[in-house]
Design a binder for this molecule. Structure first.
Ligand code: ATP
Length: 513
């Protein structure tokens, strides 16, 4: 199965089992907007808890807030979003399809990397055992040629974007002979800037309406509350403010399912530090955030950092945490050193002094900020794409299983009476009532036990508990584990503690501290 087929299957699976539906589906959907179903919302909430608690509980100097989506319009002038939150867009005149010009170039760059990999694979075949990939990549003429061209294009793109030189961006597309994937032609329009913010009106139009924006990031709600939180919480620098909330971007090209949406959710944390210490904190947060991802157990090789060539207008250092999605390594999280840009601009635009008096140095200053910014939906996609597996079993059958880390799984335990008689249902229901105070539990008595296991595998339930005739005799039940399919008997009284130990967030948190 190719990665593309796997991705298609995953999308279908998400719909079939109630994780994710297209928005307003009975009206044929709304582009790049999705709804979370009964299981999707549980997964999403668990991801949010994992993030929220790891920030606010594991760090005694990070607190949370929940700011409104609407903010004073001046906020977005101060932040630079009105003037500069743009993407360069380009249309293909034949297919009439619209693209992000920078993404077309990035895709071309990714293709060069694929070419290099192909050269390596060919050489590995030729040289067999003695093949030294590192050496080959450093010395092979063809590979060096591809690399040089890739790096040159990368640099040209960074320069063009930094200089806001749209004609130069277009020229790269022409020079690289990039074609429209739909029409196959190189008949491109000029490159134009497109502002990604959604706007709407506040107040009745007759009163003289005010344009307000749907926030394109949650961070500004934190910046404008910096003094409120610092003063009321008596916070001392360094400290952080965390927030989870919706953000909206009128993305030019929406694709790859919930990877790029027009309405999505962010988990952002702004960490306020002394000027001059931001690089130390930036490096520290890179490490902390990478451990948070890796603790999920999807394989360290599936993550990498990608440092930005083109820095946003507010940043002096930026990196992305990229995950190996079925469509390649892509950003799930950004870790940015935002300097004192945001607080400084709000100070300037609001006319209010936004400074911190540092009792240790006896100085007042505008704090510097290191932010970690991650998309909830991209995390959901990360978890689902890493967890989705089709397995061939020893008995010749196959199963589809979501190996979601137990602390994130939507349903933790399924309780299954072996048969629908002899009082087994009553015992099973009793168990459900006991377990439901601590866990999300499902009860299922329909179909054969094998079919019921498969249904739970498909939604990622880590444990099935079967009540059978022996339960009546000795008070034990069978636990069946999702990933290993191992079964063992335990006493009913021990069940809750056994499950709690395996599904609790504690398991993940212990890997972080
Ligand atoms: P991209 O380059 O993919 O557009 P970005 O660099 O603009 O992303 P940031 O502004 O750094 O993204 O936003 C922080 C995080 O918010 C991203 O790492 C991503 O997880 C999430 N995010 C941003 N845009 C979207 C979107 N349109 N849909 C879903 N998640 C998003």
């Amino acid at each position: 199965m190719t990665q593309e087929e796997l991705f298609k299957k995953l999308i279908a699976h998400c719909k079939e089992y109630g994780f994710i539906f297209p928005s307003s589906e009975i009206y044929d959907g709304l582009s790049a907007v999705y709804d979370y179903g009964q299981l999707g919302v549980e997964l999403k909430n668990n991801i949010k808890t994992y993030w929220w608690d790891s920030m606010t509980k594991l760090h005694d100097n990070i607190v949370g807030i929940d700011a409104a989506i609407f903010m004073h319009p001046r906020v977005w002038e101060a932040s630079g979003h009105v003037g500069a939150f743009n993407d360069p867009l380009i249309d293909n005149k034949d297919s009439k399809k619209r693209y992000r010009a920078d993404v077309l170039i990035e895709d071309w760059i990714a293709k060069q990397d694929e070419k290099i990999e192909k050269e390596c694979a060919k050489a590995a075949k030729r040289f067999g055992e003695s093949f030294d990939k590192e050496m080959f990549v450093q010395t092979n003429g063809r590979v060096l040629e591809i690399k040089a061209r890739r790096d040159e294009v990368n640099q040209r793109m960074a320069d063009a974007l930094n200089a806001n030189d749209l004609a130069a961006v277009r020229q790269i597309i022409l020079d690289c002979e990039i074609v429209c994937p739909i029409s196959g032609s190189r008949n491109w329009t000029e490159v134009r800037q497109f502002n990604l913010m959604f706007s709407t009106q506040m107040g009745s139009v007759a009163e003289g309406a005010n344009t307000v924006y749907l926030r394109p990031e949650t961070a500004q709600g934190i910046f404008v509350n910096f003094l409120n939180v610092q003063k009321t919480g008596r916070m001392k620098i360094p400290f952080g403010i965390a927030q989870i909330g919706k953000a909206f971007r009128n993305e030019i090209v929406a694709r790859q399912f919930i990877f790029r949406m027009r309405e999505f959710e962010q988990m952002e944390m702004q960490f306020f530090v002394r000027p001059g210490e931001e690089m130390m904190w930036w490096n520290k947060w890179k490490e902390t955030r990478m451990s948070w991802h890796r603790a999920l157990g999807f394989g360290d090789e599936n993550y990498r950092f990608h440092d930005h060539e083109k820095l946003a207008h507010y940043a002096n250092a930026a990196t992305d945490v990229e995950f190996n999605f079925p469509f390649g390594f892509k950003e799930v999280e950004g870790i940015h050193s935002r300097t004192d840009y945001d607080l400084g601009r709000h100070q300037q635009y609001s006319g209010k002094k936004i400074q911190y008096f540092d009792p240790e140095t006896g100085e007042s200053y505008v704090p510097y900020v290191v932010e970690t910014s991650i998309g909830v939906d991209r995390m959901v996609l990360q978890v689902l794409s890493a967890a989705y597996k089709e397995e061939q079993l020893e008995n010749g059958e196959s199963r589809t299983v979501l190996s979601i880390p137990a602390p994130l799984a939507p349903v933790k335990v399924a309780v299954l009476p072996l048969v629908k008689k002899d009082g087994l249902q009553e015992i099973a229901m009793d168990l459900v009532h006991k377990l439901k105070f601590s866990h999300n539990v499902q009860y299922d008595e329909k179909d054969s036990i094998g079919k019921r296991y498969r249904r739970q595998d498909a939604i990622g339930t880590p444990f099935c508990v079967t009540v059978d005739h022996q339960t009546k005799e000795d008070g034990t039940v069978t636990i069946r584990e999702r990933d290993t399919m191992k079964q063992y008997r335990v006493r009913i009284e021990e069940l809750e503690a056994i499950v709690a130990d395996k599904v609790g967030m504690r398991r993940l948190f212990e890997k972080l501290v």
